[in-house]
Write a protein of this length. Structure first.
Length: 398
């Protein structure tokens, strides 16, 4: 390793390696610094070990940010098709799951190996595992990074430290501290794509439903997702809940938390469905067991006191049943926290960054990319695509 570089990238995750490789292959001398002993653990464990590396269709509507248009520029200039082409160039076989999600056929390690090779092709230097002790200015034109392995300086500093999700694999708040040090605002970080918890009274009532999984349309705030939901011993989980958790957090941040509403008959209008079965002598739970898991349908009806033949239920009560089926309302008490969160909501305020380069508007040469920025994707490969797109935007600007 040298001591002076054109650019130093702090963080050897998806965004950090992509940015370093991009800049180095453009002739820049680049150093990556990371404190972890194992490279890119978040990539390795993602997608059940197969890495949901992007989605076929990605747009600004797939992301949450206080500035929802900020991500458009980077996503347009480095799209999913660009990264898919890179994956294909390396001969990595992949497959598409539901909703455009793309996964490696074999292992997430293939994406890590791809990024390492791209860095090798650009002759990137590595300092790992190396802890960053401090970051500052060497002079008005260069940054100084002090580490346990000595000091390094560079004309540009890229912060790709990720968020606070999954602390057991090394997540820290270093990126937010660097932003604050250089007077950049930070949107308060919160767990996102995370299971929701329920209060003890609600959990007690739902205990007979624990373990049940079913398709729903989950709604909260501006969010709406048609996927699977799961009742757990702590609350709510499953893809639909992970998706809606980000929107629930957004609503909570306004100081006026809203319930999560679940449509239990996503393929039917509840009023029409009840009318269609209105003359049936079958128990409501048995009828619902034809479209929902039988155990869940029975327990759900018992929970509401509706375990009677539908024919015996009057119009007023049917209206209440239809409303409950279409908008089963549950008020989360919180989330399972960063330890169970897939990503972090919030981060470095995009109003302080250039949407073209991801550079700090008031600090020439300072860049923030990936999860550390206040751009949070939906479940389904969107956060990796933001890592690739934001990394390329900064890498091309170095």
């Amino acid at each position: 390793m040298k001591r002076s570089y054109d650019a130093i990238v702090i963080g050897a995750g998806a965004a950090g390696m992509m940015c370093a490789a991009r800049a180095a292959q453009r002739g820049r001398q680049v150093l990556i610094i990371d404190h972890a002993t194992s490279l890119a653990e978040k990539i390795r464990i993602s997608g059940g070990g197969r890495c949901n590396f992007t989605n076929r269709v990605v747009g600004a509507s797939n992301f949450l940010s206080q500035n929802p248009h900020f991500c458009r520029s980077a996503l347009a200039r480095y799209s999913p098709q660009h990264f898919i082409a890179l994956v294909e160039r390396y001969g990595i076989r992949y497959h598409e799951k539901t909703l455009g999600q793309l996964f490696c056929d074999d292992s997430s390690q293939q994406i890590i190996d791809l990024l390492v090779q791209e860095c090798t092709d650009g002759q990137v230097d590595w300092a790992m595992p190396v802890k960053v002790d401090s970051v500052g200015r060497a002079d008005k034109n260069r940054f100084l990074v002090r580490t346990g392995h000595g000091d390094f300086d560079a004309a540009a500093l890229v912060v790709a430290t990720g968020g606070l999700s999954i602390p057991k694999i090394g997540a820290t708040d270093l990126g937010y501290r660097i932003a604050t040090q250089f007077d950049l605002p930070v949107v308060s970080p919160r767990p996102a794509l995370v299971p929701l918890t329920l209060d003890s009274e609600t959990l007690s009532a739902l205990a007979p439903l624990a373990g049940a999984a079913f398709d729903v349309v989950a709604r909260c705030g501006d969010g709406e997702f048609r996927e699977r939901a799961l009742i757990t011993h702590r609350g709510l989980s499953g893809p639909a809940i992970l998706q809606i958790s980000s929107y629930w957090q957004y609503v909570c941040a306004t100081g006026h938390p809203a319930p999560v509403r679940l449509d239990l008959l996503p393929d039917d209008d509840a009023v029409d469905w009840l009318a269609e079965h209105g003359d049936s002598n079958a128990l409501l739970g048995n009828l619902l067991g034809e479209v929902l898991p039988k155990r869940f349908a029975k327990a759900w009806c018992e929970l509401h006191g509706w375990e009677r033949p539908l024919k015996q239920i009057g119009a007023k009560e049917r209206k209440a049943i239809a409303e409950a089926l279409a908008n089963w309302s549950l008020a989360p008490s919180g989330t399972q926290g960063f330890s169970k969160a897939e990503v972090t909501l919030g981060g470095v305020d995009t109003r302080a960054l250039s949407s073209k380069t991801l550079g700090a508007l008031t600090q020439p040469g300072l860049y923030f990319i990936g999860e550390v920025v206040d751009v949070t994707g939906h479940l389904g490969g969107y956060n990796f695509q933001w890592a690739w797109s934001s990394a390329v935007a900064a890498g091309d600007a170095l």
